[in-house]
Write a protein that binds this ligand. Structure first.
Ligand code: FES
Length: 272
């Protein structure tokens, strides 16, 4: 019996049930621009974050710690006064401590509904764009390994919450100066504030978050608080793509800012 989830083997313009039209698609606009820009943007982030994650250096400049390295879970972490630095992984861990923590935000973004669409289109041309047939002869969707693991997104959402909480804590610590005295503010504090605002907005705009807050209810009228929260999260969810990109750029910029300070290439301008 057909369940509706069987893999399609007659996809695209080659499908037996499709009209016999010779061109691969009928679009006349520059439809390739969006997937090409998406692939370029994602590739740039992948190259930058891979370099920084494996660098294992220049990720702390008091009072700022790079979001790529927080919380620091290995013994080989740079000493960060007051920062989240738990040596859960002992001295046997010789690689960059960023690799221990980045798995969570990476998994969250990799399985995100928006990013899935973005990299399926940008890298796999599956499909390249609306109304442009994909080049693959067979389509199994996300019903097979490894793509069935995309279903883990909701669990990565739960993991992303404490990570965002810890980055919030780092932002509070950024209200110190380089001598760790409280009540100060530098350009880095602003960079961290913008970044954490975007990280939270992206995290809460998650489709899984929206479902957790407002899903599986029979009557919204009996759950006014959840209904209100669902409406707020829905407004963020409308901008999920924008938040996905802006938080991706802001987290890279926050890391790069710390890198510039740590290498001595730049001095943090202080406001007070
Ligand atoms: Fe994008 Fe959950 S759907 S973060």
């Amino acid at each position: 019996m057909a369940t509706g989830t069987e893999p399609h083997t007659d996809t695209g313009v080659r499908g037996a049930s499709r009209a016999a039209i010779a061109p691969r698609h009928l679009r006349t606009d520059r439809w390739w621009l969006a997937p090409a820009a998406t692939a370029g943007g994602l590739l740039a982030f992948i190259v930058y974050s891979t370099w920084r994650a494996f660098a294992n250096s220049d990720y702390y400049a008091a009072p700022y710690v790079s979001p790529f390295y927080s919380p620091c879970l290995a013994e080989n972490c740079a000493p960060m006064k007051g920062g989240p630095n738990w040596e859960i992984f002992g001295s046997w861990w010789g690689l960059s401590p960023a690799l221990l923590i980045l798995i969570f935000p990476l998994g969250f973004r990799l399985t995100c509904y928006y990013y899935r669409k973005a990299y399926y289109r940008g890298f796999w041309a599956s499909p390249p764009a609306c109304a442009v047939a994909e080049p693959h002869a067979k389509y199994t969707g996300e019903t097979r390994f490894p793509l069935i693991l995309q279903n883990m997104h909701r669990y990565f959402f739960y993991a992303a919450l404490p990570v965002a909480g810890i980055l919030t804590y780092d932002t509070v610590l950024a209200f110190r100066d380089e001598t760790y005295a409280w009540g100060h503010m530098g350009l880095g504090t602003l960079v961290f504030l913008v970044n954490i605002g975007l990280i939270w907005a992206y995290t809460l705009s998650c489709h899984s978050c929206r479902h957790i807050i407002g899903g599986r209810l029979r009557h919204f009228s009996k759950h006014p608080v959840r209904y209100r929260l669902w409406g707020l999260v829905g407004k963020l969810n409308d901008r999920h793509m924008l938040l996905a990109w802006s938080s991706l750029i802001s987290v890279a910029l926050a890391d790069f800012y710390v890198y510039l300070l740590a290498t001595g290439a730049f001095e943090d301008p202080r406001f007070f």
